[in-house]
Design a protein around this ligand. Sequence first.
Ligand code: CA
Ligand code: CA
Ligand code: CA
Length: 399
Amino acid sequence: MNYSTLKNTANILDLGNEGTRIAAGTTAQRGSTAGQVRYNSDNNQLEYYNGSAFQFIDKSPTVSGISPTLIDTTSGTSSTTNIVVTGTQFTSGASCKAIGNDGTEVTANSTAVNSDTQVTATFTDSNFANSKEPYDVKVINADGLSAQVDNVLNVDSAATFSTNSGSLGTLNFGNSYAASNLTAVVAADAEGESISMSVVSGSIPSGLTFNSNGTWSGSASIPGSNTTYNFTVRAASGTLSADRAFSIALVAPSHQRFLGMGSGNGGVVSSVSASSILGGDVPSRVYDGNPNRPGDWHSTGGDTQGWVKIDFSTPQKISRIKFYNRNDCCQLMLGGNLQGWTGSSWTNIASLSMSNSSSSTDTSNTSDATTAWNSIRIKSNSSNGGYVSIGEIELFKFV
Ligand SMILES: [Ca+2]
Ligand SMILES: [Ca+2]
Ligand SMILES: [Ca+2]
């Protein structure tokens, strides 16, 4: 065939009825001459070279994603939201719609075609309803060809609490005022946004920490009186938040006697000893229920810093001591300490001070009501004469 004659004398004429076969190949096989028309076998589309790039002849757009993916209909400074849509083959004059789960269409107030791969559509927030999410987003080119991405746009809602308002728990000495006895605050965000919780008003007990995930840690300080703490927790997610009121009750401990006077040895004494013993004035008399002589322990002469030591069968916490001096005469101990055994040394946990008078007693709260001691000791540091004596002691613990 004489191709030059064909080129110069006639247009190509295909008299068949199946279709005209033209150049076909992959994207990698594209030429670079303006005016070339070919079938792109990678994209299954006709395309032509315009001198700088190949353009698909069928200008169907594609949509790959949007940002942001949330519409805030409840608050914020603007009543509209700009949604940036990314894709391919957007053309001048393109418009944009959002389509609810019931088919309701929300048409963008305006659509700016930023490039052939990006448009910015401006929607009025109040046209959206939470009940119709998720919305699809559709871009329609001026020639009517369109593409959409499904279930990508949601109406933002604030976090919702699943923890009932009101009491999150009661802390007392029996549960060590520990955070593990409190209910955690739980909230969820319908759009899956992360939630951060905080106390925004009121107050919580000292010693406790409210964590941003709604849990509690630490232990509340022992209260002097029954106290209920009221506070508001805010669950923030994205630009929205929700508040709910909660409370925590602290019960003040009370002193319960477990040794001495009517409690006797309380069933907790494994052994008792003393720095010295005068005759039959044995140290077990300090809890024999009788504060009066001869119900007392008595040291030998010269043992003016004497002591009585009690070993417990199970470690005991001690909140208070009441001390009874020798009552009949010569109030022998004028000062001393209650001491707890730590395993390596004696720790003063209460100081005792008596007057030189008949039936002198002293009641003292300990400085450490939470440590359980293996042993305790009542030790004189001030005597009235050459001896010391203890009529009785009572030990108390918090309950
Ligand atoms: Ca929603
Ligand atoms: Ca949300
Ligand atoms: Ca006694």
